[in-house]
Design a protein. Structure first.
Length: 137
């Protein structure tokens, strides 16, 4: 399992046993609240996505209402504060070796080993991913 969306979904489902985490992962974890519906959503944004303030991340897709930011913190910090709640192990990966560099640059620097097989596509909502084509260059 690799990539931000699949790995975090596996974590939420309790299927992740060991998380592989790049020591310099550059994602921010945002919790948004819709002021109309009070629904809380979580997004994982890169620095570029944060700076652009793209409405597809900061506004409700149905109503185009600006979402309230409830929390904003480094994803790495959030994981380190909460990983015990999920019962997972964390292994840090460096990009200093060829294999580490391939994992960090090619797979986004986050992944993991599962406790049991899941089909993430069955659980992923019809949401656009937070990755632009530029993230894989």
């Amino acid at each position: 399992m690799f990539g931000i969306q699949d790995t975090m979904k596996a974590l939420d489902l309790g299927a992740l046993e060991t998380m592989l985490l790049w020591e310099d992962l550059e994602y921010q974890r945002y919790e948004f609240r819709n002021p109309t519906t009070e629904k809380i959503t979580v997004q994982y944004l890169t620095e570029k996505q944060e700076q652009d303030k793209d409405p597809k991340y900061f506004c409700c897709p149905e109503t185009n209402i600006e979402l309230d930011i409830v929390a904003n913190e480094s994803l790495t910090d959030w994981i380190l504060l909460n990983y015990k709640k999920f019962g997972i192990n964390i292994e840090f990966i460096s990009d200093k070796s060829a294999d580490g560099n391939q994992f960090c640059k090619g797979f986004g620097g986050i992944g993991g080993f599962l406790r049991y097989k899941i089909e993430v596509d069955d659980f992923v909502e019809d949401v656009e991913t937070n990755l632009d084509d530029d993230d894989f260059i």
